[in-house]
Write a protein that binds this ligand. Structure first.
Ligand SMILES: *Cc1c(COP(=O)(O)O)cnc(C)c1O
Ligand code: SF4
Length: 346
């Protein structure tokens, strides 16, 4: 059954048959803490008969979210320590995040900004705050790239996106504008011709990074939405969070990376799941992530290889976390056999 509208509460999930009525009380406690939203496109994908459905695991709240561990933090990647003005996170010299809104089309149970996104969180940037954020960018010639994120910027109206692009386009030193979104997969109908047109900014390179975690999210409608962007000259990147029980096996991860590449989306990052509160049931170890990356390397096309990255807790930045094929004396091949490699001639 496809619900007509986004499901936004445990009661709505129960009415749609996605959760059993006896879970309502427990899940109301979770929903009081963290926003819930499942779009019709994602609700339709959920196999209710499968208790381990990877789509359900990403979007249906779980009692386990109330289990917060000491290593978890409300600001796991240290956005706050690098936020000079509201709406900007400037951690690396040549690029900054511009967080234009705090709402999303869906609310992911593992979200690293889960304490900040959602209807109960901060709302969209006020006009005044947006002015200050854009003034910050305009005043820093080292900012070569602006990464528009949120929340999800693609839930903004085409009119607001166009206004934003016009203002960014007027800043000479900004050459690249990158959007991070889940909308093309979770609400493909929202990628309208008007939205695609609104992204165009003369003289700037526009990129769209799609966050998707399972091949099933790339439905025919999602692939068509991505094709509208790519056909309009917008290169796309794939961004995936490694999640226990969602994509933490080689076949599932390979299928996802291939689905991206078939959709003309270059896999960019595989993120180690951040230490967001109440998400330990969805996190793998770094060793498991490395083993998965090793499984992908060799038999799967190079186009399908993302870089496995960790955003170091506390705001210390993103770094690749292997696996590493080099040793003091040589190099390992994709099957794990060691080979000597000579030092450079003196
Ligand atoms: C992830 C992130 C970026 C983007 O990093 P890339 O490696 O360029 O994709 C930029 N700024 C902040 C604060 C980030 O967290
Ligand atoms: S769409 Fe992104 S920002 Fe929104 S809840 Fe999901 S992971 Fe978080």
């Amino acid at each position: 059954m496809t619900p007509a509208a986004t499901l936004r509460s445990p009661v709505a999930l129960a009415d749609a048959g996605l959760i059993a009525a006896d879970r309502l009380a427990g899940l109301e406690r979770v929903a009081a803490q963290y926003a819930v939203a499942i779009t019709p496109a994602m609700a339709e994908l959920i196999e209710v008969s499968d208790a381990d459905d990877p789509i359900a695991r990403q979007f249906i709240p779980a009692e386990a979210e109330l289990n917060v561990r000491p290593e978890e933090s409300a600001d796991p990647i240290g956005d706050l320590v690098h936020s000079p003005v509201e709406g900007i996170v400037h951690r690396y010299a040549d690029r900054c995040l511009l967080k234009v809104n705090h709402a999303c089309a869906v609310y992911c149970r593992f979200c690293f900004r889960r304490e900040m996104v959602g209807p109960g969180g901060v709302r969209a940037l006020s006009a005044k705050a947006l002015d200050s954020a854009l003034a910050y960018i305009a005043g820093r010639p080292e900012i070569w790239e602006v990464i528009v994120t949120g929340g999800d910027p693609f839930i903004l109206s085409a009119r607001r996106l166009r206004a934003l692009m016009t203002r960014l386009a007027a800043i000479d030193h900004v050459k690249v504008i990158r959007f991070h979104t889940r909308v093309p997969a979770v609400a493909p109908d929202m990628v309208t011709d008007a939205l695609v047109a609104a992204l165009q900014a003369p003289g700037k390179a526009i990129y769209v990074a799609l966050h998707a975690n399972h091949a099933r999210e790339l439905t025919p409608a999602a692939r068509a939405a991505c094709a509208r962007l790519v056909d309009a000259g917008v290169p796309m990147l794939g961004q995936t969070v490694l999640l226990r029980g969602v994509n933490d096996d080689p076949e599932t991860l390979t299928a996802l990376m291939r689905a991206f590449v078939e959709t003309r989306i270059k896999p960019y990052y595989l993120h180690q799941a951040d230490l967001a509160p109440g998400t330990s049931h969805l996190r793998t170890s770094l060793a498991e992530g490395q083993a998965l990356m090793r499984a992908l390397r060799g038999d799967v096309s190079g186009l399908c290889q993302p870089t496995y990255v960790l955003d170091i807790p506390g705001g210390h930045g993103k770094v690749p976390v292997g696996p590493d094929y080099l040793s003091e004396t040589g190099v390992e091949d994709p099957s794990g056999r060691h080979h000597a490699y000579p030092p450079a001639a003196a």
